[in-house]
Design a protein around this ligand. Structure first.
Ligand SMILES: [Zn+2]
Length: 152
């Protein structure tokens, strides 16, 4: 799943867990595996992995994910900002293997984590629209939570 979607889910987790940044990080990590086990966009398993096909979309997604982190942190109330940032980092951290592999040629995760991450994937190349709709829905949820909080 797009890292942007993981980040947005992490922002919502952080808001829900308020003053518990460590728990927020952990739940963010768990959310990553749960979200990756839902149908989402990804490269076809039937052809060999190609950085040339993956990188242009991953670059856009990575930039959007960083922007989502900045906006998510900025919209979070001060009392839960640490938890929101922790939730976003936990949710995104599992995908840190992709930029590490691309830029450094090294995967930081133990083999068991890599296998679990691969095993839970339910990706297909024809689900880009669905993945964008999930991201838009999560972004709206983050904005709605921010607006609701300001009215309180
Ligand atoms: Zn993932």
């Amino acid at each position: 799943m797009f890292v942007t979607n993981h980040v947005l889910a992490g922002a919502l987790i952080g808001r829900a867990l308020g003053g518990h940044p460590v728990a927020s990080f952990g739940v963010g990590v768990i959310s990553h595996f749960l979200m990756d086990s839902c149908p989402h966009w990804g490269m076809s398993d039937e052809e060999p992995f190609s950085w040339e096909k993956f990188y242009p979309i991953a670059r856009c997604d990575g930039c959007l994910g960083l922007a989502a982190m900045a906006v998510g942190a900025g919209l979070a109330p001060g009392s839960s900002r640490k938890a929101v940032i922790s939730g976003m980092l936990g949710a995104a951290s599992v995908d840190a293997d992709k930029p590490m592999l691309y830029f450094l040629g090294w995967n930081p995760f133990p083999l068991a984590v890599r296998r679990l991450h691969l095993r839970v994937q339910r990706q297909a190349p024809n689900r880009l629209g669905f993945e964008i709709a999930v991201g838009a829905s999560l972004a709206l949820a983050v904005l709605a939570a921010s607006l609701r909080r300001k009215r309180d």
